[in-house]
Design a protein around this ligand. Structure first.
Ligand code: URA
Length: 292
């Protein structure tokens, strides 16, 4: 090891830019505190980060017990690195089924520590829109803006979604919006099948409690989750099906995700067809009045 001069820590702007780019690619795209904290310098911290599941990690209490639960995601805490947990979907199911209304369900999710996504998220993004609406839209996962504001579809893709809805006379007073997973996956990656299955019992309960007459799934992740099949979104979009979600039966149609439409504007034509199909269905079911 060479002697370090204090100036050795001064980086050129190119180096800083490269570092920022690297952080961004790794999903680190928000500052969680004003000042950086050197965790390795803290007393007792291991020199090398402990890999989740490795034997040096087994001294901690199991995550399922209340004592082992980390504090819920909050804006001012430094989120620990995401790790896998020993949670089972059955535990999530029991918790979710115990919720008698949407507020209880939201509280349940905010206290649930079984899904590793939560450890890196700033907020739990539960829902937006009208809980009495008969039309429910289900997206994939919160992005950066949603994670910061705690509401689904508030970023660029949300603005496009609002315009799509407005074009057929709908808005957030006439629809209810949720996501397949309520926590932002690092770097906006697609949630893993395990993450989705740990969050699914909460989404199922959310659907049961909202009891929509129509579900529109936005993009592949929500479509495959709600239709329980590995379907190609481009092949299935715009097609209505009757589905059962938990104890609730409803009509459902997949459409393209607004984020995909932002990347591939030529596909907006297809999405417009789907919006027209949605408008027709709303009309046929007599849902165009105010939700009760
Ligand atoms: N994309 C989603 O799928 N959900 C959001 O809430 C935002 C972007």
């Amino acid at each position: 090891m060479t002697d370090e001069h204090p100036d050795d820590n001064v980086h050129s702007s190119e180096q800083l830019l490269a570092m920022l780019k690297w952080y961004r690619a790794a999903g680190v795209d928000i500052a969680v505190a004003e000042r950086p904290v050197d965790r390795f310098a803290e007393r007792g911290a291991p020199a090398v980060p402990v890999r989740p599941g490795s034997s040096s990690n087994t001294g901690s209490a199991p995550l399922r017990t209340a004592a082992a639960r980390p504090a819920p995601a909050s804006r001012n805490s430094t989120p620990p690195v995401a790790q896998s947990t020993n949670a089972e979907p059955a535990e999530a199911e029991e918790l979710a089924q115990g919720a008698n209304n949407l507020e209880e369900l939201r509280a349940c999710l905010e206290n649930y520590q079984g899904c590793g996504l939560k450890l890196r998220a700033t907020r739990t993004v539960f829902a937006d829109g009208n809980p009495k609406a008969k039309i429910m839209l289900i997206g994939e996962a919160p992005g950066r803006d949603e994670d910061l504001q705690g509401k689904p579809f508030v970023g660029r893709s949300g603005q496009l979604l609002d315009r799509m809805l407005r074009a057929i006379g709908l808005d957030r007073t006439s629809v209810y919006i949720a996501n397949t997973v309520p926590w932002r996956p690092p770097g906006n990656r697609t949630p893993s099948p395990m993450e989705i299955s740990l969050c699914l019992p909460f989404l199922v309960r959310q659907v049961e409690l909202v009891a929509p007459k129509i579900i529109v799934t936005l993009g592949a992740a929500a479509t495959q989750t709600m239709f329980e099949e590995k379907l190609s979104i481009l092949k299935t979009r715009g097609r209505w099906r009757d589905i059962k979600v938990g104890s609730h039966s409803t009509k459902a149609m997949p459409t393209l995700h607004p984020a995909f439409l932002l990347r591939q504007p030529a596909q907006k034509r297809q999405a417009w067809q789907d919006m027209l199909a949605l408008a027709t269905c709303v009309e046929e079911l007599g849902l165009n009045g105010e939700p009760d």
